[in-house]
Design a protein around this ligand. Structure first.
Ligand SMILES: Cc1cc2nc3c(=O)[nH]c(=O)nc-3n(C[C@H](O)[C@H](O)[C@H](O)COP(=O)(O)O)c2cc1C
Length: 188
């Protein structure tokens, strides 16, 4: 299964990924944003496992400021889909996990937002490791109050992202990265 994913992934050379012994490194390099899904169901247990991976991200003072909302209901999903330009992705996903920061549990805005990012990335890597697909949706944040209203959540929960999940329809996603030489600003 994993080998098929590796072979189908155009972003990483097959020989390169095959040499990677660590499943963590494999997941990091093979993961792509998945925006098209099959109709197959993701179970609540699978969604809990993905959230658990998020919960085990590091956070400043281990304050764990993240909170999660699971959306499986198609009516609610439809309402959420209307809050983003990427509504077609939301509609096609089997489940959504909205990731929040609890304002009451924050201690430092920058560090708490960094923790939320680590949490979401953990969730994406867990999704990859489980043979599922996901995409991190951020454009929807422009309507975050409306999303809270749809979900009946108070504004002390600050939406960080909606993760759309499902079984990947294909693995044809291409993505690239800048050269390290462009990014490495100092090496002494
Ligand atoms: C903060 C953030 C916001 C994003 N928002 C969206 C979004 O609204 N819609 C979307 O299709 N992808 C979104 N993405 C996914 C990026 O487009 C994607 O990660 C990037 O193009 C690299 O592709 P890859 O994830 O396949 O490597 C977002 C990613 C991040 C980290």
């Amino acid at each position: 299964m994993q080998t098929n994913v590796l072979q189908q992934n155009k972003s990483l050379r097959f020989e390169e990924s095959e040499k990677m012994i660590s499943p963590v490194l494999k997941a990091i390099y093979i993961r792509r944003s998945i925006r098209e899904f099959t109709d197959a169901e993701i179970s609540i247990e699978q969604l809990h496992q993905i959230i658990k991976a998020g919960m085990w991200a590091p956070s400043g003072l281990n304050n764990q400021p993240w909170r999660f909302a699971i959306i499986k209901d198609s009516g609610v999903k439809e309402q959420v889909s209307q809050q983003t330009h990427y509504g077609h992705i939301v509609r096609g996903a089997n489940a959504l996990i909205a990731v929040y920061l609890s304002k009451d549990d924050m201690y430092d805005a920058v560090k708490d937002h960094q923790a939320a990012g680590a949490c979401i990335q953990n969730m994406l890597l867990a999704t990859e490791a489980m043979g599922l697909g996901a995409v991190w949706l951020g454009q929807i944040l422009k309507n975050k109050s409306e999303v809270n209203r749809i979900l009946g959540l108070a504004d002390n929960f600050d939406l960080m992202a909606v993760v759309a999940l499902g079984y990947p329809l294909h693995h044809n996603q291409k993505s690239g990265r800048k050269e390290m030489s462009e990014l490495l600003i100092k090496q002494v």
